[in-house]
Write a protein that binds this ligand. Structure first.
Ligand code: NAP
Length: 321
C-alpha cells in the first residue's frame, strides 16, 4: 500500500494546483473535457482516501458507500448542496469548501446580469447581430433604471453583502431577506424584511442563498406574481431556487420585465422555454469564472487537502451533520 493517501480529482485543474498536491498525494485527475459517467466516477473513487470534486459531482450516500476508504472531500465550490453531509458525518468523512475567495468575482457577475437584464444588453445585441438596426429612435430598447431604485437581496451573506456594497455606488435603497439579522446591515445601509415585502417593494431582486430543502423553489409562480411587473430577477445562487418553468411563464406573460440567470434546474440542460424567451440574459454558471478566482478556489481546495494529508486543521471546513 502507498504511504501517501490516494486522491481522485474529478476535473482538470490548474498545473500549479497539481504541483501543490503532488508531494502529499498519489493522485489521478480527470484530463478529459467531459465528466466521467456516474458508474465510472464510482469505480474510480472506490479505492480513494480523498476526493477533489466540484458542484456538478453528486456526492450522495451511494457514492460514499462505494468508497470504504474515503476520509476527506474537498469541493472547489462555496456551495455544498451536492454533498450528503449526513452520510459524511456518519462515516467521519471531513468536508471542505471554498468561501471568500470567490465572493467579489461572483458579486461582479451578479451585477453584470442585473445590468444586462435591466438594460436589455443581450436582447438588443442579438437584434443588432441579426442586422436589424436601421435607425436610432427615442423609444428604442427602453430598459429599467438601476441607479436610485430599490434592490432586494435574498441571502445577505458574503456574496450578498458584496452585491450590496456595489449597490451603494448606484444610490440604491437596499432591502434584504435572511433568516437572521445580518451583523453588517447598518454598515451596508440595508433593511431586513420578509421575503414577501422584498418581492413587493424591490425594482431588482438578486438571489444569493444556498440551495437547500428550504430554498427549493423559493421563487415560484406565487412569488413572481408578487413582484413588480417592472422588476428584474437575478439568480446567481443555484439552480432549483427558482422554479424555471414558472419563470419562463412569468417572462412570457410580462409578469416581470426581465431576468438574468447564471444557474438552472438540471444544468447544464436548460428549460427549453428559457432559450425561447427574449427577455432573459443567460450565462453558463460562470459566477466565479475569472482566472485568479478559479485558481484561488482550486488552490484553497488543495490547501484543505494538504491539511488533511498532514493532520493539520482544515482551512475552511464544512460542518457535517
Ligand atoms: P453565505 O455567506 O453562507 O450566505 C448565505 C446567506 O443566505 C446567509 O446570509 C444566510 O443567512 C442566507 N440564507 C440561508 N438560508 C436561507 C433561507 N432559507 N432563507 C433566507 N436566507 C437564507 O454564502 P455565500 O458565500 O454568500 O454564497 C451563497 C451561495 O451562492 C452559495 O451557497 C452558492 O450556492 C452560490 N454561489 C454561486 C456561484 C456561481 O458561480 N453562480 C458562485 C459562488 C456562490 P441566514 O443563515 O441568516 O438565513
Amino acid at each position: 500500500m502507498s504511504a501517501r493517501p490516494t486522491l481522485l480529482i474529478t476535473r482538470k485543474v490548474f498545473p500549479e494546483v497539481l504541483e501543490r498536491l503532488a508531494p502529499y498525494f498519489d493522485f489521478a485527475a480527470n484530463q478529459d473535457d467531459d465528466d466521467w459517467p456516474r458508474a465510472e466516477l464510482l469505480a474510480r473513487a472506490a479505492d480513494r482516501d480523498a476526493l477533489f470534486v466540484t458542484g456538478s459531482d453528486r456526492i450522495d450516500r451511494e457514492l460514499i458507500d462505494a468508497c470504504p476508504r474515503l476520509r476527506m472531500i474537498a469541493t472547489g465550490t462555496v456551495g455544498y448542496n451536492h454533498i450528503d453531509l449526513t452520510a459524511c458525518g456518519e462515516r467521519g468523512i471531513a468536508v471542505s469548501n471554498t468561501p471568500d475567495v470567490l465572493t467579489e468575482a461572483t458579486a461582479d457577475m451578479a451585477w453584470a446580469l442585473l445590468m444586462a437584464a435591466a438594460r436589455r444588453v443581450c436582447e438588443s445585441e442579438h437584434w443588432l447581430r441579426a442586422g436589424k438596426w436601421g435607425r436610432w429612435a427615442f423609444d428604442q430598447w427602453l430598459g429599467a433604471d438601476v441607479h436610485g431604485t430599490t434592490l432586494g437581496i435574498v441571502g445577505m451573506g458574503r456574496i450578498g453583502s458584496a452585491v450590496a456594497r456595489r449597490a451603494r455606488g448606484f444610490d440604491m435603497t437596499i432591502l434584504y431577506h435572511n433568516r437572521s439579522r445580518a451583523a453588517n446591515e447598518a454598515a451596508l445601509g440595508a433593511r431586513r424584511v420578509e421575503l414577501e415585502t422584498l418581492l413587493r417593494e424591490s425594482d431588482h431582486v438578486v438571489l444569493v442563498v444556498p440551495y437547500s430543502r428550504e430554498t427549493h423553489h423559493l421563487i415560484g409562480a406565487r412569488e413572481l406574481a408578487a413582484m413588480k411587473p417592472t422588476a428584474t430577477l437575478v439568480n446567481i445562487a443555484r439552480g432549483g431556487i427558482v422554479d424555471d418553468a414558472a419563470l419562463v411563464e412569468a417572462l412570457r406573460a410580462g409578469r416581470i420585465v426581465a431576468a438574468g440567470l447564471d444557474v438552472y434546474e438540471n444544468e447544464p440542460k436548460l428549460h427549453p422555454g428559457l432559450l425561447a424567451v427574449p427577455n432573459v440574459a443567460l450565462t453558463p454558471h460562470i459566477g466565479s469564472a475569472t482566472r485568479s478566482t478559479r485558481v484561488g478556489m482550486a488552490m484553497l481546495a488543495a490547501d484543505n487537502l494538504v491539511a488533511f494529508a498532514t493532520g493539520a486543521p482544515l482551512k475552511t471546513p464544512v460542518a457535517t451533520a
